[in-house]
Every structure is written in C-alpha cells, then in structure tokens.
Design a protein around this ligand. Structure first.
Ligand SMILES: [Zn+2]
Length: 327
C-alpha cells in the first residue's frame, strides 16, 4: 500500500534525523570540551549529582529533604559555572543540547501518540512528489480557476454557453473533492483538448493532496507503458512495482487523455482490471478523455464501458481551445 510505504519512509527519515542530531551534538561537545576541559568535568559532576539524588530518593532516610536541597544547590552552582564558561567563549547552553528539526516532537513524528504537524506535512510533501503533479499544481488549482476565459456564447447543440457549462463542471469537481471521504465517486471528463478538463483534474488533485490523500496522476500512454514494462519484466522491477501499487492503491487515480494510448487487447484488459480493482476497493478514479462516450464505446470493450456507465459521472466539456487563446 502506498500509504504505508510513505509512512514507513517518514519513520526512517525521522530515525536518520535523530541520529544526525545526536552525532552533531557529540561533535559540538567534543570541540567545546577540547577547548574548555572544565566543561567535561562539569558534565561528569552533574551526572554524579543526578545519580546521588536518585539514590537518596530511594533511601527514604530522615535527612532526605536536606540532602536533596544540597544536591540541587550543587547542581545549580555547576550549571551557573558552565553557563559562564560558555558565555566567555561566545557560546550558549543550546550548544550542549540536541538541536531537533522539530522541537515539538523531537523528530519522532508523534506528540503523546498523536501525529505531529511536521509528520502530516511530510506525508503531504511525499504524496505531492509521488503524484507526478508537483510543479503544475502551483498554477492549476481552484484558487486560480478563472471562468472569464470561457465564452458566454451559447453552444447551438446544447443551448448552454461554455462559461455556464464550466461553472457547472467546476461545482461538480469541487463537490467531488469535498465529499471524497463520504462517497466513492468516479468522473469522466470528456471534451476536446483545451476545454479545461486537465485543469479541473489538477484542481481536484491539489485539493486532495493538501488533505493528506495519495493521488497518482498518469497519462494513459504513460500508465499502460508502466503496465507493459511491469508485466514483461522490462526496466527496474521494484520501481515499476511501486508505480503499479500506487496506481491500484492510491486514494485517487487520475488517468489523463484516455484514448491517446495505442489501444490493444492488452491495454484494454489492463484498463478493465485497474478500474475493476479500484471499484471493488471503493477507490475513486478520475478520467479525462478527448473521446465522446460513443467513441469510448467503440474503442473499448463493452465490459469497460458498461462499468463506466454504471459508476462514473460523465462531465462534458466544450468551447474554444483555451491553450491557443492564452498564447
Ligand atoms: Zn514534529
């Protein structure tokens, strides 16, 4: 499962961070103690104070309180002496403490059993990297969605303008992202190139990634190349297995440009298996395609399109090619 992989990778990173922090402290101490040997003595004496206090606490003797007070005075004096030595050397007491990347959880990822904010962010970052979408989502997200790019002129076939249509599509996609945890919806965005399909796919992806979901984006040609290489043992087996596990197990799979791949019985059966597996596991898929639903029916087997028909919302996009307008 990709989720567990990401989590385990985070845990290994924390372990490495803690080792590095400890090693850095040892190096700092060694350098300081070489310059001021008294600091090393103080550390030893403070440790003895600690051990004596612990012994005293267990002894339950009559002079427990006065004994503890004497030890506290001694260790306070040692700490003051140490602070003074450090100050004279232009150093602070922090130089003798571990520097954590996250002081809140001390690089463990957890605060009293709950995930620290730094772990949640780490998972989001890794999911962004795994999604294949890191760069593009900075500009393509719901915040940057601009309906004014779409014409208000009514389409003679539908009686609806591209602008009204894209507003409806926008709402459907926003709702899809908002209700993601409650319902297992699937979408097919159909329409010609440059009508906003990929943009809205990316909006959905970013919304979910920012909530800590795993998203995997691949164009249909790239996806089927991965499956082809994986099944026929071409390329790096463990890397390919990672991609296949991500495609099958991520929270949201986005297949962009379905129909642009070289359609064979092999790709068709991989597509069916993928859609079927995800459906059985209640995991969502968003597909974008330049083909109409009728063309999908002509291109793929009936068992795929009947599945699309039963459990996918079809969202039609139309209008002028925006990519040429922006240029
Ligand atoms: Zn933390």
């Amino acid at each position: 499962m990709p989720g567990a992989d990401v989590f385990n990778e985070c845990m290994r990173e924390y372990e490495r961070d803690r080792d590095e922090a400890r090693a850095a402290l040892s190096a700092r101490k060694a350098a300081l103690y070489a310059k001021s040997p008294r600091l090393a003595e103080i550390e030893g004496e403070l440790a003895v104070c600690g051990i004596s206090a612990a012994k005293l606490a267990l002894s339950d003797g009559a002079d427990l309180e006065s004994g503890i007070a004497a030890l506290e005075r001694k260790s306070a004096a040692l700490s003051a002496e140490r602070a003074e030595i450090l100050r004279r050397g232009g150093r602070g007491e922090d130089d003798l403490r571990i520097t954590w990347k996250c002081p809140n959880c001390e690089d463990t990822g957890f605060i009293s059993g709950k995930r620290c904010a730094c772990l949640r962010q780490k998972i989001i970052d890794k999911n962004y990297n795994a999604s294949n979408l890191r760069g593009v989502l900075e500009s393509e997200n719901f915040d940057n969605f601009d309906v004014r790019l779409f014409s208000e002129e009514k389409d003679p076939k539908t009686g609806r303008s591209p602008r009204v249509n894209i507003e409806v599509m926008h709402r459907v996609c926003l709702m899809f992202a908002e209700k993601f945890d409650e319902t297992c919806d699937n979408l097919i965005l159909t329409g010609l190139a440059g009508t906003g399909k990929t943009f809205l796919c990316n909006c959905v992806a970013k919304e979910l990634l920012d909530r800590g979901k795993t998203v995997f984006y691949a164009t249909a040609p790239a996806l089927f190349r991965i499956y082809d290489d994986y099944r026929f043992g071409k390329g790096d087996a463990s890397e390919l297995r990672g991609f296949v596990e991500l495609a099958e197990g991520c929270d949201l799979l986005i297949i962009d440009d379905l129909g642009a791949e070289f359609v064979t019985s092999f790709t068709a059966s991989e597509l069916f298996n993928l859609v079927n597996t995800r459906g059985l596991n209640k995991k969502s898929v968003v597909i974008s395609t330049n083909l109409t639903f009728e063309q999908l029916q002509e291109t793929y087997t009936e068992r795929i399109t009947s599945r699309f028909h039963a459990s996918y919302k079809i969202l039609p996009f139309f209008g002028a090619d925006l990519r040429s307008r922006k240029r």
